[in-house]
Every structure is written in C-alpha cells, then in structure tokens.
Write a protein that binds this ligand. Sequence first.
Ligand code: RI2
Length: 303
Amino acid sequence: MMAELTAVQETARKIQSMEIRGALDIALAASEAILKLVDAGGTYPDVAAAGKILSSARPTAVSLPNAVNYCLYVAERSKGETVGGFKKNVGDSIRSFVTEQRNAKDKIAQYGSNLISDGEVILTHCNSDTVIAILTKAQESGKKIHVYATETRPRMQGHLTVKALVANNVPATLIVDSAVHHVLKTKHVDKVIVGADTVYANGDVINKIGTSQVALCAHVMDVDFIVASQTLKFSPESVGGARVHIEERDVREVADFNVPIYNPAFDITPHHYIDAIVTEYGVIPPEAVYPLLSEKLRWLTWK
Ligand code: RI2
C-alpha cells in the first residue's frame, strides 16, 4: 500500500503546485488517486488517510473536498464488506462518479451554448475547462462568436484559454486584465462567462482573483454575467454559515523584488451581480442554488 499512498501524496503535490489545476480537474485527480488505491486493495483506513492528504491540498475550491467526501461516503457504506466486495463497490462507485462529473461538463456545454446567439461577443476571465467547453460547443453548432480572454495575472491562465480556444477554432483575443472595462464598452461585449471554484448557498461565487471586478463592470454596463459550474462546486457547509479560505499564494508570483506584496488567488462575486449559473441540471438563477443543493446533493452532507 506504500506505493499507492506515495502516489496519493504525489497527486496532492501536483494539485498544490498547480501542475494539476482547475476546480473540476483537481476533484477528478483526487478521486482517481483514491480509485487507484482502492483498486490496489486499499481498505477504509487507507481511503480515509488518502482523503485527508488530498482534500487539504488547496483550500478554496470545494469541488476537491466534495469529491473526497463522496469517496469517503461510498467507502464508509462498504466498510463491512469482504475485501473483494469493498474493492468492487467502492471502485465502481468512484468510477461512475468520475464519469458523471465528465458528463456534467458536457451537459453544461450544451445548456451554456444555448444561451449564446450567433454573432455574439463574449468575455471570459482565467481558464475554465467548463467555459471553454461552452464556447467550443457554440462555435461547433454554427454560431459565429468572438471571445476576449483576460490574461489573468499573476499566473496568466488566460494564455491557456486563448490557446485552447484557437486550437478549437473559436476566434479569441487576449487582453490585459485592466482592459476589461474598455473592451466591454468598445467591443460591444454581449456576455461575460466565467467558471467557478466554489458556489455558496446564497449564490455568491468564488472564482479566480479579478472575477468580481469583471462582474462589477458587467453590472454597471448591463452586460449579462454568467457562471458555469458543476454542482460539485456548491458548498454544503455554506448552508451552516461556513466560508472557504481564500488561498494566498507565494508573493513571488507577483514580483521578485523585496516590497510588501499581497497575493490572494480568488475573490467573491456577490449573487446580485450574477444573471445565471449554468449547471448540469440546467440554467438557474443564483437564488436557486440552495434548493438545488438541498434536493440533489444530499450525499454532500452525509456526515
Ligand atoms: P473548471 C480555476 O482555478 C479558475 O478559477 C477557474 O475559473 C476554475 O478553476 C474552474 O475551472 P485555478 O485552479 O473547473 O486556476 O471550469 O486556481 O476547469
């Protein structure tokens, strides 16, 4: 079991260093690391130990602890099984969970692309695979769109976004973060579409630093602000008032000279700036997060 636990630690390290990143991808990587452990004969205590290591790898995206909690939930339910029974039940459940999450992204791509009309100009911030899936689907369905992508300092995830869009034949232009207001106005942007790391029960959305500034600009300029989020990113703990920790990253990501630097990686966009959240269950207003959380995601609060 040592080798598998080392592999779990290696996955946690990659999540921490952002070699694996994106709120969905870190959740899937953690689930797959636990799956490997189970496939290799790992028991409930092994799964619990792995869960602890993985869920604390990054603090802000709740998709990560939510996915780990799902693995623990199915492991807990099969605790009394034979070794073979545990391996099969837990393994099959995690495999279906991973498939469901991948399917959720495809459903969001379909629902989100339905919101886009031919000829629209879209602006996005940071690098969300879910948003890229929406934009690619819109383009594939024959709509001619143009995307402006912010570079997203300090880690420049916007570079990944424009490269991915251009590779998918979606016309895209890179802009600096401070050009958002100017571009919304002069390029006649119809919609802003961003991803999410965590969604609170009241509909507030936590996403890459800068998102709330973009939302504020969109609000002032009456541009639709849309969030693409699997319900895996909904925070069950927020129902009880808990708030996620906003990750602060190494200040050297910002500048390498010796002055005081503050480097928060995420911010919170208030729900009243958000026109719609696209989930795998459909397009909902931020007010519908709580009902959806309590109706569909009971397993998130199994403890
Ligand atoms: P998907 C990313 O976080 C970005 O904030 C992005 O909007 C969000 O995850 C969702 O990404 P980071 O890992 O799950 O770059 O839609 O800090 O790919």
